[in-house]
Write a protein that binds this ligand. Structure first.
Ligand code: HEM
Length: 139
């Protein structure tokens, strides 16, 4: 007989749950809002980043293995498709990944877990920049 052991540890619980996710998402949007280095990325967003803070926190909570409210509220949603009308360039993809990497470090997320999260973000951001509509912008 085979016994399966379920490990309840997820990246979400290991980094500290909702308070940690909200802290690094807030730091991410603060950096985007304040740092001239992320001006091109900031310009793609609307004036009020409040709804984005909520949506990204909720998405990342689910993506990291926590409660799945973001997906429950958007049946069939895909985060890549949510960017189909966003003209992501290699430049803004790099800005996104760098600002998020800083936000994870600034808010004390465990460096080993943060490095894995970052690597996954870099792949997603790279994928967003490499789609046909974005390729036209990237030349
Ligand atoms: C690659 C660079 C990226 C750029 C330039 C970018 C830009 C944007 C923009 C302009 C919006 C819409 C904002 C608005 O309505 O004002 C958005 C929404 C969003 N983005 Fe990104 N994004 C990027 C990468 C990512 C990545 C890697 C993730 C996930 C890890 C992500 C998660 C989200 C989420 C959850 C939303 C909200 C969708 C919704 O509420 O329907 N984005 N993004």
């Amino acid at each position: 007989m085979t016994t399966t052991t379920l490990d309840s540890a997820t990246p979400f619980t290991l980094i500290g749950g909702v308070p940690t996710v909200e802290a690094f998402v807030d730091r991410f949007y603060d950096l985007m809002d304040e740092e001239p280095a992320y001006m091109a990325l900031r310009a793609l967003h609307g004036p009020d980043l409040g709804p984005m803070r909520e949506s990204l926190s909720s998405f990342l909570t689910a993506w990291l293995g926590g409660p799945r409210e973001w997906f429950d509220r958007r049946p069939g949603a895909c985060v890549m498709s949510a960017h189909s009308r966003v003209p992501v360039t290699a430049e803004t993809a790099a800005q996104w990944t760098e600002a998020m990497s800083r936000a994870l470090a600034d808010t004390g997320v465990d460096p080993a877990i943060g490095a894995q999260i970052n690597a996954a973000f870099a792949r997603m951001a790279g994928g967003m920049a490499a789609r046909p509509a974005a390729r036209a912008l990237n030349g």
